[in-house]
Design a binder for this molecule. Structure first.
Ligand SMILES: [Zn+2]
Length: 449
């Protein structure tokens, strides 16, 4: 049994506790309370005080692509033109990177998360295995969503599904207590209707989590609603036929039954009020990725409306190719600033609900809230310590405000998943960070050659 204490403890499920502490036994939280009370209750426990800091549940990053961590900063010169972006990404990956390179990059990305106080990822992988193994190696919790290939043809759905299922089952055999597998039909315009239906049936029958990129851009909206625009050109180049459903992406997913599986919908930037109602009514979830959306110039998803309708929403960094950092504290700050600055704002989002979204919200979006997302007796000990000792954070009048508006990944002192420390004070606990950094430099040189 151990007790961790600090100036503040933030259970999320209840009010902040000054001079607060948490008692942990192996993988689980046993109690939270004031330091004095817990020390009295568990006199045998070891006790560590972090002082000027806050102890809180780990951040949940519900939308990432650890596999393409090596692309950080590599595509910035072409991101104005999504087609060039996609081509540069795909060709570099195919021609320059080995599977081992991708695995090492994923490991670097997963460790970046641990350093940033992320204890749980919802990660999407086309290769799958790279992100899956990275989460395990670093000691993180997460769901790895095995992604579909580009698979727009109904007549090939049978075969596409068989291939996807093979990859999924391979990973499933190697699931652990912490790392599970889900499925990701990529997007409404890259996956055939038949394949969507097959994945949905499978997901419902076998209780598998799914995630989908939805309503991310105007290009997607145009293609879905009228069959025109940027993606029409792509389809034409590939000699593919496209019958636009002539509805929004969300309506389309509702019409073909996909929302019955309560998918985690990433982005939801271009959603109408009707779309939001459909998401709410089906208890689908949302991964809100404001920085990635802004970096591409796609717009701002209506977080205020999602919260108003009590939709299960969490934050996602998206890939570091489009962010370029995995920092959920920063993501939360941007989300707040964007929402407050929106022309049609009805109210001010406040720090408390945003920090809740970054922790419990993410857990709910991934369907993991019975286990994580708050500091409560009986839940898993996924705990982080964020320092409040920087002059730029002082004075602390309100701990939520200090966290949201003055803190970032670099203030994280310690990250623990299921009672085990995976990061502390600049040091990785499970890997040799220097080795991974050298590896990343070597990969980068290879990519630029
Ligand atoms: Zn994505």
């Amino acid at each position: 049994m151990k007790i961790l204490s600090a100036d503040y403890l933030l259970p999320i499920s209840s009010e902040p506790i000054e001079n607060g502490a948490i008692a942990i036994d192996e993988t689980k939280i046993v109690a939270v309370g004031t330091t004095g009370k817990l020390a009295e209750k568990f006199p045998e426990a070891t006790h560590e005080n972090f002082g000027e800091a806050v102890i809180m549940p780990g951040f949940v990053n519900c939308h990432s692509h650890l596999e393409i961590t090596a692309m950080r900063g590599f595509l910035d010169d072409v991101e104005e033109d999504f087609y060039s972006w996609l081509i540069k990404l795909t060709l570099t990956r195919a021609e320059k990177l080995t599977e081992k390179n991708v695995e090492n990059a994923a490991l670097a990305g997963a460790f970046e998360g641990a350093r940033a106080g992320v204890t749980c990822f919802g990660d999407i992988g086309r290769l799958g295995k790279a992100g899956f193994e990275a989460l395990k190696t670093i000691g993180l919790r997460g769901v790895l969503f095995q992604e579909t290939e580009f698979s727009p043809k109904n007549e090939e759905a049978e075969n596409d599904f068989a291939k996807l299922k093979d990859k999924f089952l391979d990973l499933r055999e190697n699931e652990t207590e912490l790392v599970k597998v889900g499925l990701s039909p990529h997007a409404p315009y890259t996956v055939s209707r038949k394949l969507f239906e097959k994945i949905t049936e499978y997901a419902i029958e076998k209780n598998v989590k799914i995630t989908i990129h939805v309503s991310e851009s105007n290009q997607e909206k145009d293609f879905m609603e009228s069959g025109a625009g940027f993606f029409a050109g792509v389809y034409e180049n590939l000699n593919l036929e496209w019958n636009a459903p002539q509805t929004s992406s969300v309506e389309y997913l509702a019409d073909i039954g996909v929302l019955r599986a309560k998918p985690l919908l990433a982005h939801c930037v271009k959603v109408s009020n009707k779309d939001i109602k459909l998401i709410q009514a089906s208890d689908s979830r949302i991964a809100h990725c404001p920085k990635s959306n802004a970096k591409f110039g796609h717009g701002i998803a209506p977080l205020e409306k999602f919260l108003e309708r009590k939709i299960r929403v969490g934050f996602g960094s998206d890939s570091v190719a489009s962010n370029n950092i995995c920092d959920i504290a920063e993501e939360a700050r941007f989300a707040t600033l964007f929402a407050r600055n929106a022309a049609n704002r009805k109210r001010f989002l406040i720090a408390k609900e945003i920090i809740e979204t970054a922790t419990l919200g993410g857990a709910r979006a991934l369907g993991l809230d019975p286990e994580i997302g708050t500091l409560e007796a009986g839940k898993q000990a996924d705990v982080i310590v964020i320092s409040l000792g920087n002059i730029a954070q002082m004075p602390v009048h309100d701990v939520y405000s200090a966290l949201l508006f003055t803190s970032n990944a670099r203030d994280v002192k310690m990250t623990m998943v299921a009672g085990l420390e995976i990061y502390r004070d600049g040091l990785a606990k499970r890997i040799d960070e220097a080795e991974i950094k050298m590896e990343m430099k070597a990969i980068a040189e290879k990519m630029r050659r």
